[in-house]
Design a protein around this ligand. Structure first.
Ligand code: UD1
Ligand code: MG
Length: 455
């Protein structure tokens, strides 16, 4: 790990036209978090690093995202999007203040780069290079700049695809866009870059030839394609998502989480899962989920904004929305939706229920088809079920309402008033019985049918 200070220049001003979106490209998400936030989080994790982010004028949402994720970052505007070198120069003020440290350029559309890969790049500067480029060999190099090496394997330049000859396009080693410089007066070097190329843009990649002309050494550090996938299209976004998911699943499995079919489990950037949790196929985690030790998540659950306690058993087909707090050893079965509701230890809701804006005491049993009627079209109100209460099947609990500890509710009741602890509440019409009715009914019906057939 390098001990020099460093300045990250994160480029985020590109229009991202290939995404065909009204949202700026760098705010598109991977694992529920913007690509920009992924890059800023990685940069913030490197000790001694300062961050400058280059945005385009009017990109208020991008600037707001920078301040949310990295409040100490400085924001610079690139007046017109004239290429990556011009974008780095937009942060000239920060570049000129950086004396003696490394300058590392990151692209906000390259969200998977990891701190350890950046440190490998900086090690090349320790080895005497003035500029180091992170290179990779993608399966399909189309669209990437190609790294030009001399016979001795030294980096001599980078050729953008649109400017490349047929022979140069056959080169498999590509530019990831991540570059590190140890150059005093980097802005002086970059301002020598011109725009005589296919796109009439100021290419940062031209910095290599200029640095070499000034007698500096240029180095390539190779990394895996999965570390530096660039996202310019929705398909590349999906490819980056797949890489992120695969990495996150592997990390959880290494930490003691079981997944029967990991490729069908979808995680969020902030998902937390403890050891000895087991996850069956087709489970989706949204934002803000914590799963504690030993919980079992059966197939096809959709979980968002929830805490799942130790040893709880969830699903199959459970749905948790924000504020679902599932205590230890709670059982939640199929087609149960929980929102803003706490279930204390050992409570059970095994079938077909909606539990919204409520509390369920320890050991209480919620029967099939129970609904917490929490909303009257204007207000949301609370249902409280006491410890050890038993709610019979097909009960509507019309909030605000409290069911006392240990009380019983008869099946099919619509409960609108509080129920005392230990009581039975039942709300149904008296059942009526007419002996022999069915036989008479059938006789009438069959006579009518016979008459109709004779006509
Ligand atoms: C760039 C590299 C290419 C590399 C590829 C890796 C150049 C000239 N080309 O091409 O060699 O293989 O990335 O993904 O550097 N940006 C600005 N202002 C601008 C232009 C771009 O801030 O005026 C930002 C974009 O928001 C993006 C990054 O710079 O985050 C890269 O721009 P993009 O247009 O995606 O470059 P590529 O064509 O992908
Ligand atoms: Mg790009």
């Amino acid at each position: 790990m390098s001990i020099r200070p460093c300045l990250f220049v994160v480029l985020a001003a590109g229009k991202g036209t290939r995404m065909k979106s009204s949202l700026p490209k760098v705010l598109h998400r991977i694992a529920g978090q913007s690509m920009l936030a992924h890059v800023l989080t990685t940069a913030s994790g490197i000790a001694g690093g300062k961050i400058a982010v280059v945005v385009a004028p009017g990109m208020d949402a991008v600037a707001a995202e920078v301040l949310r994720v990295a409040p100490n970052a400085r924001i610079f505007e690139q007046v017109a999007q004239r290429g990556t070198a011009d974008a780095v120069l937009a942060a000239k003020l920060a570049l000129d203040e950086e004396t003696g440290g490394d300058v590392i350029v990151l692209f906000a559309d390259t969200p998977l780069v990891r701190g350890e890969v950046i440190e490998r790049l900086r090690a090349a500067l320790d080895g005497g290079a003035g500029v180091a480029v992170l290179g990779f060999r993608p399966k399909d190099p189309a669209g990437y700049g190609r790294l030009l090496l001399d016979d001795g394997g030294a980096l001599t330049g980078i050729r953008e695809e649109q400017d490349a000859s047929d022979a140069e396009r056959k080169i498999g080693l590509c530019n990831s866009g991540v570059m590190a410089f140890r150059v005093s007066k980097l802005s002086g070097l970059l301002s020598q870059i011109g725009s005589a190329n296919a796109k009439s843009e100021f290419y940062l990649t031209d910095a290599i030839e200029i640095a070499r002309n000034e007698g500096l050494k240029a180095a390539v550090v190779e990394c895996d394609e999965t570390d530096v996938l660039g996202v310019n299209t929705r398909e590349q976004q999906a490819a980056a998502e797949a890489v992120w998911q695969a990495r996150a699943r592997s990390a959880f499995m290494r930490d003691g989480v079981s997944m029967v079919a990991p490729e069908t489990v979808w995680l969020h950037f902030d998902t937390q899962i403890a050891s000895d949790v087991s996850i069956e196929p087709n489970v989706v985690f949204g934002a803000g989920v914590t799963v504690e030790e030993g919980a079992q998540i059966l197939g096809f659950c959709h979980i968002e904004g929830a805490t799942i306690g130790k040893g709880a058993r969830i699903g199959p087909f459970a749905r948790f929305r924000p504020g679902a707090r599932i205590g230890a050893k709670v059982h939640i079965g199929n087609f149960v939706e929980v929102k803003n509701t706490t279930l204390e230890e050992g409570a059970k809701a095994n079938h077909l229920s909606y539990l919204g804006d409520g509390t369920v005491g320890a050991g209480a049993n919620i029967g099939a088809g129970t609904i917490f009627c929490n909303y009257d079209g204007y207000n949301k109100t609370k249902t409280e079920v006491g410890e050890g209460a038993f709610i019979g099947s097909n009960t509507s609990l019309v909030a605000p309402v409290k069911i006392g500890a240990g009380a019983y509710i008869g099946s099919g009741s619509v409960i609108t008033k509080d129920v005392s602890p230990g009581a039975l509440a039942i709300e149904r019409n008296t059942q009526e019985e007419r002996p022999g009715w069915a036989e008479k009914f059938r006789a009438v019906m069959s006579r009518r049918k016979a008459a109709a057939q004779r006509k």
